[in-house]
Structure formats: structure tokens, C-alpha cells
Design a protein around this ligand. Structure first.
Ligand SMILES: Cc1cc2nc3c(=O)[nH]c(=O)nc-3n(C[C@H](O)[C@H](O)[C@H](O)COP(=O)(O)OP(=O)(O)OC[C@H]3O[C@@H](n4cnc5c(N)ncnc54)[C@H](O)[C@@H]3O)c2cc1C
Length: 511
């Protein structure tokens, strides 16, 4: 941090202390950036962040990201892990998520189609409570020296050549960079001049906690009724989907007991009586994405960059993936050690992943509509998901197991998440990534690769250790976000390795 006319200038200011803002703050601080997080809410607490509405399904890339930074062990994992892939013996009919409400059954999945997932990999699905996740991230951020100021909504911003000035009503803050992590209605996105394009909603979704006079009339679980959808996770905790074109949500009307009862009766076709309304919020399937994730010194991540229906739980995963991808790249840019074009690769890699999630969300809405064509498509999808290839395809996307970047290399592992190799010394590849540096894994311990890594300097860690299962690989270069930048299954050729290091890693001795 430097001082300009007695005003501190942070390397990076983040708007929003939600999960994406906090995780990005940790990534930047780990890479030795000074970080200020400005948060609108006075306190982090909200009943919507607690069980059951605050439960979020984390997928493989998010779980790996938390594991690689030593954060997973701080969460109550054993109670909440759902890993049908890792424990198929626990029941072939065990559910590992859904597509448009169609259950994804573990027994139908052919994990052999994912040759780079090792048996010791972290789970592919885990339920996390938003409040717990944010608490764990906020604690880590504080330990790394991140400053979080609450009760300060960003209202506008100004970009100068070397600086961004952020205004929270009367107060002004200065940073070299600003990242908008301030959620679906992002003030940074609006003030920063980002175009946000996409499709309008088809339904209003409701999360409600009610007391019913006759709860036994409603079946537990998810029900697509031909008039919409209702899901009862626990007695009185309901999710509803009403195909009103998103009108109720956008008109911002008061969510009354009478309104909830009317929607519930109409969708379920059951004459239930609501005695009390304890909690209610609405959302829609509006699907929009910022056309670019960067405008000068201002960037976007998480819901600020993309919104869509929460069906199948993808938004938080997408946002944590943005943060993991952006943190080290922005830090290297701050430290003036980034290879040419590194920061631009954030947009190149993450925008297509976001586009695919929006498509995924629209496809689900299209087959859930209350009309005969959608219902016919729903039946066909259900049949396809009962096949091995169909279920494996859906699981690959839903669990993020097949998510990868096109980095333009011949080796099939490049652009994918590095397998969690178990080394013979008892450590794992994931554990070796806690300090956020790049990693050169040399299973055979060659003097030439060691010399190359040493010559490169502090931003590359060299590991010379065999693994119990090496998948036929001889050496692997891993970026700080856990993505494979180079790999070889034959005797390593140093030139392409040097090229990959120069292309991706911060220049030597600048970290
Ligand atoms: C019903 C429901 C179920 C869901 N289930 C899942 C799931 O299972 N899996 C999944 O991956 N995703 C799920 N999601 C989506 C997920 O909750 C979001 O994608 C995720 O919370 C986005 O995180 P974020 O940090 O980008 O934004 P947010 O969580 O919205 O955080 C943004 C933060 O910015 C703050 N802020 C807002 N405006 C300002 C301002 N002007 N200045 C400063 N701060 C500001 C807010 O107070 C907030 O703290 C679900 C969403 C809903 C609605």
C-alpha cells in the first residue's frame, strides 16, 4: 500500500464481502497485495445464509480450490460431504444432484470417462452453509491482513490513469485496481460502464419458511406439477417456481401470507392452509452476463459478472472459479511481474465457462415450463439421464469435473485441474499448493528440471517426488490456480516447458 496525499492507495479494492469477494481477497493477500474490502451490509448475518435456505452445493473445482488453500479442513466437511462418485458402494440410487429436477443417480455414472480423476481426489459434491463458508473465508482474510469495512455501500467510482477512486457516499478510497464482487445488482458493474446482456426471466422463484395447518398434505421432495414446481426440503421449508414471467419479483410487491398460500395452492393443486409466514425471499431465472469482465482498472467477478437461475446450484461455484482464476493474475499485474497478456486471459478463460452455465440454466428452465412441448422434452431428458453416457455427461458438467480451459497444447491434461497426486512421502499435490505459487512436479527428480526451476526463482516451487499413481506422466507444470500449464508423458523436453513457464508464471524473483 502507498500513500498519496496522505490517503492510502490499496493495491486492490473489492466491493462486496460475499463468498466471492472474500475468497478473492484471500487469494490477493496470499500473493502479497494490500486489499481493502468494502461491504454494504452492517453485519454478515442473515437467516437466508443459514440452513436450510443457506445451503449451497459446491462442486469439484470449488472443493479443490478450498482444499488447495487449506480452507476445506476448516469446514464441517464430514457432516456435509455428498460424494456419490467416491462412494458408489453406498448405493447406486444415491442422488448426486439434478438437472431440471431430474435426479442424477450415482449408479448410472461411468467415472472411467474421467481418466485424470484419481481415487484420492476431493469430493465432487459438498453441501456448505453460506454463513459458515463466509466465516471461514473472513477469518482467513483477516489472518492474511485484508481490511474489511462494513456498512459502506459503493455508490460511484472514477477511473484515472493509474488509480481508481471509489466513493461510498461521502467517503473516498483509492486503489490501483477495483474488482466488483457486489452480487447480482452490482453497483460497480453499473458505475463501471459494463454492458450486461442476456435473457429475461420466465418465472418468480420463492424461498419461504411457513407454518402449515396441514403439512401432511404436501409430499416431501421436488414436484413438477404442470403448473410450476414446489420442493419441500423439511416440513414448512419450501421452494416454489411460478411461471409468471418473473413479474412478481420485478414488481417488488410485498410477499404476504395470502400471496404465498395462493401460489402454493395453484402450483401444488392442493388446498393447504398457511398459518404463519416466517421468512420469504424471491429470485428469478433472468440470465445475463457482462460482455467483458474488465474495463480499464475495473474488473468483475461472481454474480456481479453473471446471473442465472439457481437450478442445480452453479452460481457460487462459477464465482469461486472466477476468484481462483483472477487472484494470482491480478496480483502478478500489481507486482508488475505478469507475463504479457496474463490478465486478459481471465476474460478469455472465464467468460466461456460463464456462458456455458447460463446455457445450462436456460436449458433447464426450457424443459420445466408448464406446457406439453416442455413436458415431452423433459421425458426425453429423463430417459437420456438414465443411460450411462447421458448421466456421465450431466455429472461432468454439474460437478465441474469436465470444466477446463483451452490453452492450446497437445497434451490432454493441459487446461484441466491437476489430479490430486498422492506422493510417496505422504503429501498430495493439493497440499503443495497452499502458498499459491506455481508448481513443477518432476516425478523422476531430474537435475535439469531442478536447475530450470531454481533459475526461474521464487514464484515456482519444484517438487521431485514419485506418486503412488502417476497416470503415465513424467512431469507436470501447474499454475497457481491448480490448472495444468504443461505436461509430458515422455522424457521432458525443456523448451516447451520453458515456454509454458514464461507464458504463465510471474517473472523470476519478483514475488
Ligand atoms: C435460492 C438460491 C439457491 C442457490 N443455490 C446455489 C447452490 O446450491 N450452489 C451454487 O453454486 N450457487 C447457488 N446459488 C447462487 C449463489 O448463492 C450465488 O451465486 C453466490 O452467493 C454469489 O456470490 P457473490 O459473492 O458473487 O455475491 P453475493 O453472495 O450476492 O455477495 C455480494 C456481496 O456484496 C454486497 N454488496 C452489494 N452491493 C454492494 C455495494 N454497492 N457496495 C458494497 N457491497 C455491496 C452484498 O451485501 C453482499 O455481501 C443459489 C442462489 C439462490 C438465490
Amino acid at each position: 500500500m502507498r500513500d498519496d496525499q496522505r490517503q492510502p492507495v490499496y493495491d486492490v479494492i473489492l466491493s462486496g464481502a460475499g463468498p466471492v469477494g472474500l475468497f478473492l481477497a484471500c487469494e490477493l493477500a496470499l500473493a502479497k497485495c494490500s486489499v481493502l474490502v468494502l461491504e454494504k451490509a452492517e453485519t454478515p448475518e442473515s437467516p437466508l445464509k443459514r440452513m436450510p435456505f443457506g445451503l449451497r452445493g459446491l462442486n469439484a473445482p470449488s472443493i479443490e480450490a478450498l482444499y488447495r488453500r487449506g480452507l476445506l479442513e476448516e469446514m464441517e466437511v464430514p457432516r456435509r460431504v455428498k460424494d456419490p462418485h467416491a462412494h458408489p458402494a453406498q448405493g447406486a440410487r444415491r442422488q448426486g444432484g439434478h438437472f431440471a429436477g431430474i435426479p442424477l443417480l450415482a449408479g448410472n455414472i461411468d467415472a472411467a470417462q474421467w481418466p485424470f480423476r484419481l481415487p484420492g481426489a476431493t469430493a465432487v459434491v459438498m453441501l456448505a452453509e453460506m454463513e459458515e463458508l463466509e466465516t471461514v473465508l473472513a477469518r482467513r482474510a483477516e489472518a492474511l491482513g485484508v481490511e474489511v469495512l462494513r456498512g459502506l455501500p459503493i455508490t460511484h467510482l472514477e477511473q484515472q490513469e493509474q488509480l481508481v477512486t471509489v466513493c461510498c457516499e461521502e467517503q473516498r478510497f483509492h486503489g490501483e485496481w477495483l474488482v466488483g464482487c457486489d452480487g447480482a445488482r452490482s453497483a460497480v458493474r453499473k458505475a463501471g460502464g459494463f454492458a450486461f446482456t442476456g435473457t429475461e426471466p420466465e418465472f418468480t422463484g420463492y424461498s419461504v419458511h411457513v407454518e402449515l395447518a396441514d403439512p401432511e398434505k404436501l409430499m416431501p421432495g421436488r414436484h413438477i406439477t404442470g403448473r410450476g414446481m414446489y420442493l419441500q426440503s423439511q416440513p414448512g421449508y419450501l421452494i416454489l417456481q411460478d411461471f409468471d414471467g418473473g413479474a412478481f419479483h420485478h414488481e417488488g410487491g410485498e410477499i404476504t401470507l395470502e400471496h404465498v398460500q395462493e401460489v402454493l395452492r395453484r402450483i401444488s393443486g392442493i388446498e393447504v392452509t398457511v398459518l404463519a409466514l416466517h421468512l420469504a425471499s424471491t429470485w428469478t431465472d433472468r440470465a445475463r452476463q457482462a460482455t467483458t469482465y474488465r474495463n480499464g482498472r475495473v474488473l468483475l467477478a461472481g454474480d456481479a459478472a453473471h446471473i442465472h437461475a439457481p437450478l442445480g446450484g452453479q452460481g457460487l461455484n462459477l464465482g469461486l472459479g472466477d476468484a481462483m482464476n483472477l487472484g494470482w493474475k491480478l496480483a502478478a499485474t500489481v507486482h508488475k511481474s505478469a507475463p504479457e497478456g496474463l490478465l486478459d486471459s481471465y476474460q478469455r478463460e472465464r467468460h466461456p465457462v460463464g456462458e456455458k452455465v447460463l446455457e445450462w440454466s436456460r436449458a433447464q428452465v426450457a424443459i420445466m415450463r408448464p406446457d406439453p412441448a416442455a413436458s415431452a422434452l423433459y421425458t426425453i431428458f429423463r430417459d437420456l439421464m438414465a443411460t450411462r453416457d447421458g448421466a456421465t455427461y450431466v455429472a461432468g458438467r454439474l460437478w465441474g469435473v469436465t470444466t477446463h480451459y483451452d490453452l492450446g497444447d497437445d497434451h490432454p491434461l493441459v487446461g484441466h485441474s491437476v489430479p490430486n497426486f498422492a506422493f510417496v512421502d505422504g503429501t498430495t499435490a493439493g497440499e503443495a499448493m497452499r502458498d499459491g505459487r506455481g508448481l513443477l512436479i518432476d516425478f523422476d527428480g531430474r537435475a535439469a528440471l531442478r536447475a530450470l526451476a531454481t533459475e526461474f526463482g521464487a514464484s515456482l516451487r519444484y517438487l521431485a517426488v514419485p506418486a503412488t499413481e502417476q497416470l503415465g506422466l513424467r512431469a507436470v507444470l501447474v499454475r497457481p490456480d491448480g490448472v495444468v500449464a504443461w505436461a509430458t508423458s515422455v522424457e521432458p523436453n525443456e523448451d516447451p516447458l520453458k515456454e509454458a513457464i514464461a507464458r504463465w508464471l510471474p517473472r523470476k524473483d519478483t514475488v
